[in-house]
Design a protein around this ligand. Structure first.
Ligand code: ADP
Ligand code: TYD
Length: 207
């Protein structure tokens, strides 16, 4: 059985950059790696991703949005993640359930217990073996995200600074509550240095 690792954090902290570097570093150690992302990662979930991220701000209310994320996650787990783990692969996912807890509960105001209930219904409550939470001072993350998106942020990324501060707070809170699964990793500085910190945070799982 492989390992299931999620990368979490707000917009612009470097998840996409780091997941690629981490995959390369793990492959160099002989690990068979599958990189995937949420929302998305399977045909059905990628279709739901477009529904979630395109269109105007009011396209979905918080509850419909939470249900769509849970549905996408269910399909992603069943079609992509579980088969890869059964093949002995390490699955690295750019976001997973903790993003729903941080955005739809922490920031949008739904109850964390309800998000966990949706996860139990959709995905049998499956959690990653390790969750790497990348953290950056808010201003640095906003600067990186703005430089990348050039003002063209998606439906959720484009929400205001107060919303994103609540997201960061919720992530930090969940990491505090479950130190066994979470590792908080400083995402500032040179990308290669961040990758080394991430590998350190997986050291106990490495073959
Ligand atoms: N360590 C780093 N230092 C400076 N810029 C970075 C670093 N890591 C990533 N970036 C840049 O910051 C932007 C956001 O990174 P990205 O990996 O897309 O973040 P995320 O997936 O978390 O939103 C990208 O333009 C990326 O090239
Ligand atoms: C997986 C997930 C993502 N999201 C949000 C976070 C992002 O704003 C967006 C995904 O966009 P994406 O462009 O993949 O993220 P990033 O900006 O980190 O590169 O969806 C949720 O609100 N809930 C979730 O459960």
């Amino acid at each position: 059985m492989g390992r299931f690792i999620s990368l979490e954090g707000g917009e612009g902290v470097g998840k996409s950059t780091q997941i690629a570097a981490l995959a390369e570093a793990l492959r160099a150690r002989g690990v068979d790696v599958l990189v995937t992302r949420e929302p998305g990662g399977s045909e059905g979930a990628e279709a739901i991703r477009r529904l979630l991220l395109e269109g105007d701000a009011g396209r979905w209310g918080p509850r419909a949005e939470a249900l769509l994320f849970a549905a996408a996650r269910s399909d992603h787990l069943e079609k992509t993640i579980l088969p890869a783990l059964a093949d002995g692969k390490w699955v690295l996912s750019d976001r997973f359930i903790d993003s729903s807890r941080a955005y739809q509960a922490g920031a949008s105001g739904l109850a964390d217990a309800d998000i966990l209930t949706l996860h139990r219904i959709g995905s049998a409550g499956r959690l990653p073996d390790r969750t790497l939470l990348l953290t950056l001072p808010e201003a640095v993350a906003a600067e990186r995200a703005a430089a990348r998106d050039r003002g063209g942020a998606d439906r959720i990324g484009g929400r205001d600074a107060i919303y994103h501060a609540r997201v960061a707070q919720a992530f930090a809170h969940h990491a505090d509550e479950d130190p066994h699964r979470f590792r908080v990793v400083d995402a500032s500085g040179i990308a290669d240095h961040v990758t080394i910190r991430l590998l350190d945070a997986l050291a106990d799982l490495l073959p």
